[in-house]
Ligand binder design. Structure first.
Ligand code: NAD
Length: 537
C-alpha cells in the first residue's frame, strides 16, 4: 500500500499526474489509506474529473459515501450541477475531433497502457470498491477487478477490429462502402451494483470506437470511477476523452441526458429511471442504449443434475448479495425434484458466511446501503404477510452485523406467480422457488414477467436445453450454469430489461453510426437515371 500512497503524492499543481484547478492538499481516506485530492475552497474536495482536471462540483451540497458494513463515511463527495455538466460536455466535445481521428492502433495502445496500470493497482481498486459498496473482498479481488481489466484488454483488441463492409455495385454503377463512425459525446449513467465494471462497460466501447464520454456514476459509489479517470489520464488518453461527474440523478443525471451537446445516452439502472431517461432523451432525439432491470428465471427440468442445480441456484442468487441484474431470482422446479431442491438449497444457504467485507473468508457482505436493506426487507415482509413461507433467512441479522446493512440469505416458497416477490426486481439475497409440471408450463412461467435480461435452464437432455434456449425470452440463456460472463460476448436485455448490448464487438452497434458511401464508377456526366428529371436528353 505504501507504493500506492507514494503515487498520490502531489507535485506542485498535479496529483497522481492529474492537474488540479487550484493548489490541493492531500487527505488519506481513513479506511483504506488511499489519498484523494483536497480542494481548499470546498472543505477539501475535487471530485469532478473534467477535461483532465480534478475540480470541485459547483453545487453547495455534498454527499457522504457510506461504507455499508458499519455506516461510517468513506468520503464526502462534492456534487456536480448543470454548470459542471456544461463544462464536461464542452471538454468532451473539444476532445472529440482528435480522438475520433486517432488511428485504431493509437486508441488500442492507450487502452493497453491502461490495462497495465490497472493490473499494477488491482489491489487498490479492490479495496476501494469493497469500502464503498460492501462487496466481500474476495469478490472484488476475483471478479470485479480482474473482470474490469479483462474488459480493457478486450477493447484494446476490438478497437483495431472496427470495420464496415466494403461491398459491391448493387446497381452496377456505384460501389458501396460502409463506414463506421464515432457518434460524438456520449452521456453515460451507471448504477451502484458493480461500480467499476459498469464504468468500464460504459467507457470502453464508447472510447475505443472514437467517441468521448461524460460518465456519471451512481451517487453512492463514485470512488472507483474517479480513480479510473485518473488512471485513464496516466495511460495517456487525452484530456477530455473521459470525464467523470459525481452527483445526483435528479440534477447531474438529468442535465447530462438533456444536454444539447450529448449525441447518445447510455444508461444502466432501473427500468423506472430508464423510462424517464428515454423520454428525456427523446426531446433532443438522442440515440439511447438502455440496460435495465432483470428478474432472471432458473428453470430446472426433472432430469437435471440436482446437486449441480442446487449449487448453481445458491451461487447464482447470492452473488453480490443478489444485487446483480442477472441473479437467479425465480427458480422453477419440475415437480419430481421440487422437495429435494428446496431442502438442498435451504441446507446450502445456511452454510453461507455473512461477515465483514474486508475479511477474505466472508462469502456475503452487506447490501450496498441501509436504504437497499429496508427495500429488501420490505419485499420479504410483504410476501410473508401475503402467505409465502420463508424457509431460510427473512431477517436483518443482529449481533455484530447489526451495525451494517446486512440481510440474511433468504429462501421463499409458496408465493403466487403474480405476487410482487415473483414479478418485481428485489435486488437482494432472496430466491423464490416455485413448482411446475410440463416443460411448456415451466417455459411459460419463466417468460411471465415484464423482464428479459437473463435466464438459465437445467437438464441433461440436449434437446430440452436447446428448446428452452430458443423459447426463453432473454438476452442471455445459460444452460446448466447461471452467471458467468465474458468480454467477448454481448450482454443486454429484451422486453423491459432494455435494448442494446454491452461488451463484445456487438457493443459497437450502439456506439457507432453506420454511414453509406456511394461511389459513382462510370465517370459519366449524364447519368442514366437523370432521364427521370430531364426527359430523354
Ligand atoms: P437507478 O435507476 O436508481 O440509478 C441508476 C443511475 O441513474 C444512478 O447513477 C442514478 O443517479 C441515475 N439516475 C437516477 N434518476 C435519474 C434521472 N432522473 N435522470 C438521470 N439519471 C438518473 O438504479 P440503481 O439502483 O443505481 O441500480 C440498480 C438497477 O440497475 C437495477 O434495476 C439493476 O437491474 C440495474 N442494472 C442493470 C444492468 C444491466 O446490464 N441490465 C446492470 C446493472 C444494474
Amino acid at each position: 500500500m505504501l507504493g500506492v500512497v507514494a503515487q498520490f503524492v502531489a507535485k506542485g499543481r498535479s496529483v497522481n499526474g492529474i492537474p488540479m484547478e487550484t493548489a490541493l492538499s492531500m487527505r488519506v481516506s481513513p479506511v483504506i489509506g488511499l489519498r484523494f485530492p483536497e480542494h481548499p475552497d470546498r472543505g477539501g474536495m475535487a471530485h469532478q474529473h473534467i477535461g483532465g482536471v480534478r475540480t470541485a462540483g459547483s453545487l453547495v451540497e455534498t454527499f457522504d459515501v457510506i461504507d455499508p458494513a458499519d455506516g461510517h463515511v468513506v468520503e464526502t463527495v462534492d456534487q456536480a450541477g448543470p454548470q459542471d455538466v456544461d463544462r464536461a460536455v464542452a471538454a468532451a466535445a473539444a476532445a472529440f475531433p482528435e480522438w475520433s481521428r486517432a488511428t485504431p492502433g493509437e486508441r488500442s495502445g492507450a487502452l493497453n497502457r491502461l490495462a497495465a496500470i490497472l493490473t499494477e493497482r488491482a489491489e487498490d481498486y479492490a479495496q476501494l470498491e469493497t469500502a464503498q459498496s460492501g462487496k466481500p473482498i474476495k469478490l472484488t479481488r476475483e471478479f470485479d477487478v480482474p473482470g474490469s481489466i479483462d474488459n480493457v484488454s478486450f477493447f484494446a483488441g476490438a478497437a483495431r477490429n472496427l470495420e464496415g463492409r466494403a461491398s459491391t455495385e448493387y446497381d452496377g454503377v456505384h460501389t458501396s462502402v460502409i463506414r463506421r463512425e464515432a457518434i460524438g459525446v456520449v452521456g453515460s449513467i451507471a448504477p451502484w451494483n458493480y461500480p467499476l465494471q459498469m464504468a468500464m462497460w460504459k467507457i470502453l466501447p464508447a472510447i475505443s470506437a472514437g467517441n468521448t464520454i461524460v460518465l456519471k456514476p451512481a451517487e453512492i459509489t463514485p470512488l472507483t470511477s474517479l480513480l479510473l479517470a485518473d488512471d485513464v489520464a496516466r495511460a495517456g488518453i487525452p484530456a477530455g476523452v473521459v470525464n467523470v461527474l459525481t452527483g445526483s440523478g435528479r440534477i447531474a443525471g438529468e442535465s447530462l441526458i438533456s444536454h444539447d451537446g450529448v449525441r447518445m445516452v447510455s444508461f444502466t439502472g432501473s427500468t423506472a429511471v430508464g423510462q424517464r431517461v428515454m423520454e428525456t432523451a427523446a426531446r433532443t432525439v438522442k440515440r439511447v442504449h438502455l440496460e435495465l432491470g432483470g428478474k432472471a428465471p432458473f428453470l430446472v427440468f426433472d432430469d437435471a443434475d440436482l446437486e449441480a442445480a442446487i449449487q448453481g441456484a445458491v451461487a447464482g442468487s447470492l452473488i453480490n448479495s443478489g444485487q446483480d441484474c442477472t441473479a437467479a431470482t425465480r427458480a422453477y422446479i419440475q415437480r419430481p425434484l421440487y422437495d429435494a431442491f428446496v431442502a438442498g438449497v435451504a441446507d446450502l444457504m445456511r452454510t453461507v458466511r455473512l461477515g465483514a467485507p474486508a475479511d477474505p473468508s466472508t462469502d456475503l457482505g452487506p447490501l450496498v446501503s441501509f436504504k437497499q436493506q429496508a427495500s429488501v426487507a420490505g419485499f420479504v415482509d410483504r410476501a410473508r404477510a401475503a402467505g409465502a413461507r420463508i424457509v431460510v433467512g427473512g431477517a436483518i441479522p443482529g449481533g455484530v452485523l447489526a451495525k451494517g446493512a446486512y440481510y440474511e440469505p433468504t429462501l421463499v416458497v409458496d408465493a403466487g406467480q403474480q405476487s410482487e416477490i415473483v414479478q418485481d426486481e428485489i435486488f437482494g439475497p432472496v430466491l423464490v422457488v416455485l413448482p411446475f409440471d410440463s416443460d411448456e408450463e415451466g417455459i411459460a412461467l419463466a417468460n411471465d414477467t415484464p423482464f428479459g435480461l437473463a435466464a438459465s435452464a437445467w437438464s441433461r437432455d440436449v434437446f430440452r436445453c436447446l428448446r428452452a434456449s430458443r423459447e426463453i425470452q432473454a438476452g442471455c440463456v445459460w444452460l446448466n450454469d447461471h452467471i458467468p460472463i465474458v468480454s467477448e460476448m454481448p450482454h443486454g436485455g429484451f422486453k423491459a430489461s432494455g435494448f442494446g448490448k454491452d461488451m463484445s464487438q456487438y457493443s459497437f452497434e450502439e456506439y457507432t453510426n453506420v454511414k453509406h458511401i456511394s461511389l459513382d464508377i462510370t465517370g459519366e456526366t449524364h447519368k442514366d437515371w437523370h432521364r427521370t428529371v430531364f426527359g430523354d436528353r
